[in-house]
Design a protein around this ligand. Structure first.
Ligand code: EPU
Length: 351
């Protein structure tokens, strides 16, 4: 079944809380609905598919149709030590994490409390605390928004014997590529989980949250991760945001050395520049770059740079306009560029 609403207010459909609307809003709960929707000539084009609206900045009213999936189910499709679990695209990602942990299944526990839904999580390759969705996804089932055909995208990261069709990278996938973007609606995602103990504790200080012997259950990890997130990140129910606003940039080793030298001379202290060696160069936390430029905690009109995590721009008063966010974004990019010669790219999709 699907429902449509004209001139729909999207404030409740984006965690930033931008007061924008769309010409039409359609919610559906089965894969076959998608075929009816794309055949319907009365729905204004273009279509834009959202999930939980937690990684989006609507910069103006949308003149087409916004689609949203209410396909919600979780089922074990093959059991054993490594169960395969199929999850509907409209399931809240954290509800899936809570379910998996309560079943004693390892895999998505580090992704606990990330806002958003399962379909969008597979598109965005959401990640936190050393784990990405692409580490636990086996396949992504989709329907083409162009011709209604079904297609399953296999993930080479979790199955060595298949072609890597999902092409997962840092907050990236085939679904975000220019040739595929907006063309497929995810209907469900199949996750490869584990009954065998498999904690992922490499990120930051996560390991220190547990005794020497490590956590006993995925519930324990989930609870620890929730604690860390609540400590650092704004609760979208209380303060609007879209999580990390920028991606962590990767720069050349030579560029990194220049920054290190610059910090040493300008600060006159022994401050280390945090960094991680990754494929293609050195990743420097955008949070550190933004903080070093003095933006942390900055409040301007109705928007602010979150005081505990400067990678997050918040709708401080609940009344922020898209222009206020865009103006702060512009100034952060310009400030970091001028000081460090690094051009930050937004992680949040602008529409
Ligand atoms: N840092 C600062 N100042 C701060 C906060 C952090 O300098 O106020 C520096 C520190 O050096 C710290 C480093 O940034 O060690 C990393 O901080 P954090 O662990 O908070 O992670 P992040 O790189 O800033 C990324 C993700 C988050 C995810 C965390 C934890 C991106 C764009 N963001 O942030 O994801 O929760 O790691 O894994 O990769 C999101 O995507 O919306 C999101 C919140």
């Amino acid at each position: 079944m699907w429902t449509k609403k004209h001139n729909y207010d999207l404030s409740g459909q984006n965690t930033f809380g931008m007061k924008v609307s769309c010409a039409c809003y359609v919610e559906y709960d089965s894969a076959s609905d998608i075929r009816d929707i794309i055949a319907s000539e009365e729905l204004p084009r273009p279509f834009f598919h959202i999930g939980g609206g937690s990684n989006l900045l609507f910069t103006r009213d949308y003149e087409g149709t916004v689609l949203h999936s209410a396909i919600r189910f979780i089922r074990i499709i093959s059991d054993g030590d490594m169960p395969l679990v199929e999850v509907g695209a409209g399931v809240v990602f954290d509800d899936f994490c809570a379910w998996a942990a309560s079943e004693g299944l390892w895999g998505p526990e580090n992704l606990s409390l990330i806002p958003g839904e399962v379909g969008a999580g597979a598109v965005q390759n959401i990640g936190a605390y050393g784990v990405e969705a692409g580490d636990v996804i086996k396949e992504v089932r989709c329907i083409s928004l162009e011709d209604g055909s079904e297609r399953t995208f296999h993930n080479g990261r979790t199955s060595a014997d298949v072609e890597d069709e999902c092409r997962y990278g840092y907050r990236d996938s085939i679904f975000k590529s220019p040739e595929m973007k907006g063309r497929q609606a995810v209907t469900s995602v199949v996750f490869a989980l584990s009954r065998e103990k498999r904690p992922q504790l490499r990120y930051g200080h996560i390991k220190t949250l547990f005794p020497e012997t490590g956590p006993d259950s995925p519930v324990q990890v989930r609870e620890a991760i929730i604690g860390v997130r609540r400590e650092k990140l704004p609760d979208p129910a209380e303060k609007g945001s879209a999580g990390s606003f920028f991606k962590n940039p990767v720069i050349s080793e030579e560029h990194f050395r220049r920054i290190e030298a610059d910090v040493r001379t300008r600060e006159g202290d022994e401050r280390q520049v945090p960094h991680y060696v990754v494929e293609g160069g050195i990743k420097v936390p955008a949070a550190w770059l933004i903080e070093s430029c003095g933006f942390k905690g900055m409040c301007r009109g109705n928007v602010a740079v979150y005081h505990k995590q400067p990678l997050v721009i918040v709708n401080e008063t609940g009344k922020a306009s898209p222009d206020e966010v865009l103006s702060l974004e512009h100034d952060i990019i310009a400030g970091v560029e001028e000081r460090f010669g690094i051009t930050l790219s937004p992680e949040v999709e602008h529409l």
